[in-house]
Design a protein around this ligand. Structure first.
Ligand SMILES: NC(=O)c1ccc[n+]([C@@H]2O[C@H](COP(=O)([O-])OP(=O)(O)OC[C@H]3O[C@@H](n4cnc5c(N)ncnc54)[C@H](OP(=O)(O)O)[C@@H]3O)[C@@H](O)[C@H]2O)c1
Length: 234
């Protein structure tokens, strides 16, 4: 089954996993709407893919409500947007920890409340394997991901017959690490790749494939799928 003719909103669609998902859905013949904060990032992507762009900030109630008023009923919603701020547990500013939850967890809550998804359609959340494989200095990110995975399971009941699933990626090479010095980023990705059973880090397309599968598989709901190159069995 393909996504041809389906109306799909990808929040976070201007970059990384969201962009790869928008490209895949468009290639399958879907009507795609991409949303994220920066119009400067959205517009060139919208022009290239021939999709609609709606500037939206998931940390803002009114902005999320306005997005779904604008797009009306849809078949699928994908949420990849996140602003992650972390640091050593004892010293990370409360403001940073709260900002991480505000975008990743409360952002998903807002989207799930406001979206009008047709019966049998789906909501896919993107979490992250730190939920079950914690790393030092990332407690708030792991906790946000864990909360999101619990939310996905709960919403599979509360939003039924809309289906709700989550994909939990391992390390994926996307612009999310753009702020890291290039040499350090490359070294980190190379070390991670060498330690994984698949011998490489993930690409945005690896996660987009799973998201597309959640959208098109009518029996998938309440599922959390880890796509991590084998990190969890390592
Ligand atoms: N890449 C990885 O290694 C990895 C691993 C595990 C989990 N994940 C998760 O996967 C998801 C996608 O990550 P990615 O790697 O694709 O990141 P990315 O390339 O940085 O893309 C993030 C997208 O979210 C948008 N965004 C950020 N804050 C937003 C907000 N408040 N409201 C609306 N849109 C917002 C960004 O656009 P604007 O800045 O213009 O808003 C951008 O389009 C995230 O939830 C991340 O935590 C990623």
């Amino acid at each position: 089954m393909t996504l041809a003719g389906k109306k799909i909103v990808v929040i976070g669609g201007s970059s990384g996993i969201g962009l790869a998902t928008a490209e895949l859905a468009k290639a399958q013949g879907a009507e795609v709407i991409i949303a994220s904060r920066s119009a400067a990032k959205l517009d060139p992507v919208a022009e290239r893919l021939k999709v609609t762009a709606v500037p939206t900030d998931v940390t803002n109630d009114d902005s999320v409500a306005a997005l779904f008023r604008h797009v009306g009923p849809v078949d699928h919603v994908v949420l990849t947007a996140a602003q992650l701020r972390t640091g050593p547990f004892k010293t990370v500013a409360m403001e940073d920890a709260r900002a991480t939850m505000e975008g990743k967890f409360w952002g998903a809550w807002r989207v799930a409340r406001e979206a009008e998804i047709r019966p049998g359609g789906s909501l896919t959340l993107v979490t992250g394997f730190l939920s079950v494989r914690p790393r030092p200095n990332s407690a708030i990110i792991g906790a946000a991901n864990g909360a999101l995975e619990s939310l996905a399971r709960a919403l599979a009941l509360d939003l039924a017959p809309v289906r709700v699933n989550a994909v939990s990626p391992g390390v994926i090479d996307t612009p999310i690490r753009a702020a890291m010095p290039e040499a350090a980023r490359k070294e980190m990705l190379a070390k991670t790749a060498a330690a994984l059973p698949v011998g490489r880090v993930g690409m945005a397309e690896d996660i987009a494939q799973q998201i597309a599968s959640f959208m098109s598989n009518g029996f998938a709901t309440g599922s959390i799928v880890y796509i991590d190159g084998g990190a969890l069995v390592n």
